[in-house]
Design a binder for this molecule. Structure first.
Ligand SMILES: [Zn+2]
Ligand SMILES: [Zn+2]
Length: 809
C-alpha cells in the first residue's frame, strides 16, 4: 500500500474477509494510519504472505471499482524513489492529482454551481450535501461524524466525481466546471412556437411554473443556451419547479458538456512542406530507431525540429500509439502549444499545474482511455499511459527539467528515458544545444544522432559579434551599461522598423545597496543574501524569501550617507535604455512582470504585434519564443553568465547565449547578435560566435574528464538545514562521519553553500562524487539512506532536515 506521505516504505494492511473479492492492484482503498488518521492509499501489491510487523491493521473500504494506476506506473514510481533516494510516498504525492489522494484533513466545499437539486443523491450523499449548504466547509474527518460511520471515502469520491463537492484547496483557484445543467423547450415547442400558448394554459394552475417559463423565454432570447441556475435566479424558483414543467412535456433538462481538454474551432492549419533537411532527418531517424531506443536530434535554432516531431506524432497516431511530448516549462512555451494544438486538435491534451484538480483527473482518465498525445512538463510522465510508444523530450538540455524542491528531486529527461524503456517506447531528444551528458552518450553510440545544421528556408544563422566592454571603457565610450556599439546597432535596427531583444540574467534594478566608506550592504533578515533594489516599488527585496525592506538613507553601520546601488538587473536596463533611446517603446519580461495571470501571453502578443520595439528580459526570453521581426539580440553581460562558481558554468553560458542568439532573424532574414563582454577572449564566446557546438564539446569534455565531473562521475548533493546554527553544525559533523566512514574521500563537506541561510534555515552541503559504477552508486545510496535514519534517531538532531539531490543541476 502506498500512502501519499514521506514514510520510507510501502505499508502492509490486511484485507478483511468481506473485501477479499474487491481488493485489486491499482485501486485506492481507505486505510488507518497513525493514531486516528485515515488516508486513501494505493494498492501496489496483493500478497498472501504475512509480514513480521507487530500489528497489521485492516483496510477499511475500497474506493475505486477499477484500478486508477497501471503496473508500469508503479514500477516507474519505484524506480524514481530508488534512483533519487526518496520515498515512494513522496513520488505518489507528486504523481497523483489532488482529487485522487484524500486524507482525514482534506476539506470539502460545495460547488458554487450546485443548484440545490438533491433529487439524484443517495441518502448519505444528501446528508453530506445538506451539511455543506449549512456549514461552508467540512473535513472528511467530520463527515465521518455526520454519517456516523467509518467508511466515507467511496461516498466522498462519488460526490467529487459528480462535481457536487470540491476540495477546498482547489476552490481558491479559478475553476471551470465541466458540465452545466441547462434547460430548453421540448421539441414540439421548438418546431411550433405558436403552441407556447397551450403551454401557458397547461401551467395555469401554478404561478411559479408560469414565471419559470417566462423567465426562460426572456433568457433564451439572447443566449445560445439557458442554464438552470439562471432560471432559478430570475424566477425565484428551484429545481422542483423545473422538474414539474419537464413532466408536463414543456421543458427538457439536459447537461451541457464543457470540455476541459480543449476545443479547437480553428481549422486545422495547413502544414508547410518539409524541406530537404527535415526529410533527411526523418529518414535518418527511422533508420536509427531500428537499432537505438534513444536518438538525439541536434538541430540549430530555427531548423524546424518541431516540424519533424509533428511528422513522428502523426505517424504514431495513425498506428494507434500514444505519444508523450515533454517541455521544460509549459508556461514559457505558449507558442509551441498553440502550434501543436492547431495541427492535432483534440488529439492532444495538455497536463500541467495550471489545470484545476478536476481537469487533471479528466486528463488522467483520458490518458487511461487512450488519449493520443499528451503535452506537458515533467509531471506529465506520471499519467496512466496504456500504449506509450514515443517520448519526445524537447529542449532536453534545459535545467528546468530538474525538480529541485520538494522530493522527488528527479530529472524529467532522465526519468522519462527510463520510463520509455519500461514501456518499450522510443525516445527523441531535441535541442540546439545538447546537454554535455547527452552528447557524450550520442558520441559513445548509446544514443543515435541526427543533425540539422541549417535553418529552415535557407535563412543564414545570425551574425554574432562581441562588443568589447573593456576597450570601450578605456576609450571612454561606454554609456552606463551599454557599449556605443550596442546603442548604435539598436538605433539602426529601430530605424529599419525592426525589433530588439535584450537579455540580462538578473531581475530587479540593482542587486546590492552598499556603503562606500565601510562596505556594509543591506542583507535579508532571513537569508544570507544582499537585497535587490526594485525601483518600481522603491524598496529592497530578497529574491529567496520575498522579504522587503525600505531603502535606508544612511549606513546603519558607520552613518555614512554615501550608499550606492551596485550591479544591474533588467529593471535598470529598461530604465536607462529610455535615456539613450527615448523614442523606443520598451517593455520588460521577467518574473516580476509576468506574475499576474495572462501577463506573459499579453507581453508576447504585444511584442508580436509590434506594440513593443525592445523587449528586455531574463531567461524567459530565450525559451520557445519565435518572433518574425526581431533582427537584433543583445546580451548585456556575458561575464555574469560565465563566472558562475559551478562546473556547469561554461555549458550554461554556451546554451543560454546560443538560445538567445537563436531568437534573432528567424523567419525572414539573417539576424544580428551582439554580446557585451569584459573578458572578450573567453573560449566559450568564440564557440558561440562560430556556432561550433562540437568545438565547445571537445574542450569542455576534456575538462570534465580531468576534474572527474559528470559524465565521468556521478554527483550526489546532500543538504542539511536547521534553524539553529550550532545544531546544524554538530549534526552535519555527525552525519559527515557516517558518510565518510563508508565512502571515504568521495565525500566532500560539510561546506557553507553560496547562500548559507534561507528563510531562517542555516544550510550546509555535502557533495559526494562517485565513480561511474553501478555497484558503487547503489552502495552509496544505501549508505545515505541509512545515515539519514541514523541521524533522525540521534538525540538532539531529529529535527535536522536532510535533502538528497542525485545528479544536481
Ligand atoms: Zn558604512
Ligand atoms: Zn530572504
Amino acid at each position: 500500500m502506498l500512502l501519499p506521505i514521506a514514510i520510507p516504505h510501502a505499508l502492509t494492511y490486511y484485507v478483511p474477509e468481506e473485501l477479499v473479492k474487491e481488493v485489486r492492484f491499482g485501486q485506492r482503498v481507505e486505510v488507518p494510519f497513525g493514531r486516528n488518521k485515515l488516508y486513501s492509499a494505493v494498492v501496489v501489491a496483493v500478497t498472501n504472505e504475512k509480514p513480521d510487523a507487530v500489528k497489521i491493521r485492516p483496510i477499511i473500504s475500497v474506493i475505486d471499482t477499477d484500478p486508477i494506476i497501471t503496473e508500469k506506473q508503479a514500477k516507474l514510481w519505484e524506480w524514481i524513489a530508488d534512483y533519487y533516494v526518496c520515498t515512494q510516498g513522496e513520488v505518489l504525492q507528486a504523481a497523483l492529482p489532488a482529487n485522487l489522494k484524500l486524507t482525514s484533513e482534506t476539506v470539502l466545499v460545495l460547488s458554487p454551481l450546485f443548484d440545490e437539486d438533491f433529487n439524484d443523491l443517495t441518502d448519505k450523499e444528501f446528508m453530506i450535501t445538506e451539511a455543506l449548504t449549512i456549514q461552508n466547509e467540512i473535513s472528511i474527518d467530520n463527515i465521518r461524524k455526520i454519517l456516523d460511520q467509518k467508511t466515507v471515502y467511496p461516498i466522498v469520491n462519488g460526490l467529487i466525481e459528480k462535481r457536487i463537492v470540491y476540495l477546498k484547496s482547489e476552490i481558491k483557484e479559478k475553476y471551470k466546471p465541466k458540465k452545466i445543467g441547462c434547460v430548453r423547450l421540448a421539441e414540439t415547442y421548438v418546431k411550433y412556437p405558436e403552441r407556447l400558448n397551450e403551454a401557458f394554459d397547461l401551467l395555469s394552475r401554478s404561478n411559479r411554473q408560469i414565471e419559470a417559463l417566462m423567465a426562460y423565454i426572456v433568457l433564451a432570447k439572447d443566449q445560445p443556451y439557458v442554464q438552470k441556475t439562471d432560471v432559478y435566479k430570475k424566477a425565484s424558483v428551484d429545481s422542483t419547479v423545473l422538474k414539474a414543467i419537464e413532466k408536463k412535456g414543456i421543458f427538457e433538462l439536459y447537461e451541457r458538456e464543457i470540455s476541459r481538454l480543449g476545443t479547437y474551432e480553428d481549422d486545422v492549419q495547413d502544414m508547410f512542406t518539409l524541406d530537404e533537411q527535415q526529410t533527411r532527418a526523418l529518414t535518418e531517424l527511422t533508420e536509427l530507431y531500428k537499432e537505438k531506443n534513444t536518438v538525439l536530434l541536434h538541430g540549430v535554432t530555427g531548423s524546424g525540429k518541431t516540424r519533424v516531431y509533428i511528422e513522428l506524432i502523426q505517424a504514431a497516431i495513425e498506428r494507434g500509439e500514444q505519444v508523450l511530448y515533454l517541455l521544460p516549462e509549459v508556461a514559457l512555451t505558449a507558442q509551441i502549444i498553440s502550434r501543436l494544438q492547431k495541427v492535432f486538435g483534440d488529439k492532444i491534451a495538455t497536463y500541467h499545474h495550471k489545470l484545476n484538480d478536476h481537469e487533471r483527473v479528466e486528463v488522467w482518465n483520458a490518458v487511461r482511455a487512450g488519449q493520443e498525445v499528451v503535452l506537458g512538463p515533467r509531471s506529465a510522465m506520471f499519467l496512466p499511459y496504456q500504449n506509450l510508444k514515443w517520448v519526445i523530450i524537447d529542449e532536453e538540455h534545459d535545467s528546468s527539467y530538474k525538480q529541485n524542491d520538494p522530493a522527488p528531486r528527479y530529472h524529467g529527461r532522465d526519468a522519462a528515458i527510463y520510463m520509455a524503456h519500461l514501456y518499450g517506447a522510443k525516445t527523441l531528444l531535441g535541442t540546439a544545444t545538447p546537454a554535455l551528458e547527452t552528447y557524450y552518450n550520442a558520441k559513445k553510440g548509446k544514443y543515435g544522432l541526427v543533425r540539422m545544421p541549417y535553418r529552415y528556408g535557407d535563412i543564414a544563422m545570425p551574425e554574432i559579434s562581441i562588443a568589447d566592454v573593456k576597450r570601450e571603457k578605456e576609450q571612454r565610450k561606454l554609456q552606463s551599461h551599454f557599449t556605443t556599439q550596442l546603442i548604435d546597432t539598436m538605433t539602426e535596427t529601430l530605424a529599419r522598423g525592426e525589433q530588439i531583444i535584450l537579455f540580462q540574467n538578473r531581475r530587479g534594478y540593482a542587486p546590492a545597496l552598499r556603503c562606500q566608506s565601510c562596505g556594509w550592504s543591506q542583507e535579508c533578515n532571513h537569508c544570507d543574501v544582499t537585497l535587490t533594489y526594485h525601483k518600481f516599488k522603491h524598496n529592497l527585496q530578497c529574491h529567496y524569501c520575498g522579504f522587503q525592506a525600505p531603502l535606508t538613507k544612511a549606513c546603519p553601520n558607520c552613518g555614512d550617507l554615501d550608499l550606492r546601488l551596485q550591479g544591474f538587473g533588467t529593471e535598470k536596463i529598461e530604465d536607462e535604455l529610455k535615456i539613450y533611446l527615448p523614442d523606443a517603446k520598451i517593455a520588460r519580461m521577467d518574473y516580476d512582470t509576468v506574475r499576474s495571470k495572462n501577463a506573459h501571453s499579453k507581453l508576447i502578443k504585444d511584442f508580436e504585434e509590434k506594440r513593443i520595439d525592445i523587449l528586455v528580459g531574463t531567461q524567459m526570453v530565450t525559451k520557445g519564443l519565435d518572433f518574425e521581426n526581431v533582427s537584433l539580440v543583445g546580451i548585456i553581460s556575458a561575464d555574469q553568465l560565465l563566472q558562475f562558481p559551478d562546473f556547469r558554468a561554461s555549458e550554461r553560458g554556451f546554451q543560454l547565449m546560443t538560445q538567445v542568439a537563436g531568437r534573432a532573424g528567424r523567419k525572414k532574414k539573417q539576424g544580428t547578435v551582439l554580446i557585451q563582454a569584459l573578458n572578450a577572449s573567453h573560449p566559450v564566446l568564440r564557440e558561440v560566435i562560430d556556432n561550433d557546438y562540437r568545438e565547445f564539446y571537445n574542450r569542455e569534455i576534456m575538462e570534465r574528464n580531468s576534474f572527474k565531473f559528470p559524465p565521468f562521475a556521478r554527483l550526489i548533493k546532500i543538504t542539511l538545514k536547521h534553524k539553529k546554527a550550532d545544531v546544524l553544525n554538530h549534526g552535519a559533523k555527525i552525519f559527515g562521519e557516517y558518510l565518510k566512514n563508508a565512502l571515504g574521500k568521495r565525500v566532500q563537506g560539510p561546506a557553507v553553500p553560496h547562500v548559507g541561510r534561507i528563510r531562517n534555515y542555516y544550510i550546509l552541503d555535502f557533495q559526494i562524487k562517485l565513480e561511474m559504477n553501478l555497484n558503487t552508486v547503489a552502495a552509496a545510496k544505501r549508505v545515505i539512506r541509512e545515515s539519514i535514519v541514523k541521524l533522525s534517531k540521534e538525540a538532539g538532531y531529529t529535527t535536522v532536515r536532510v535533502n538528497v539531490d542525485v545528479d544536481p543541476v
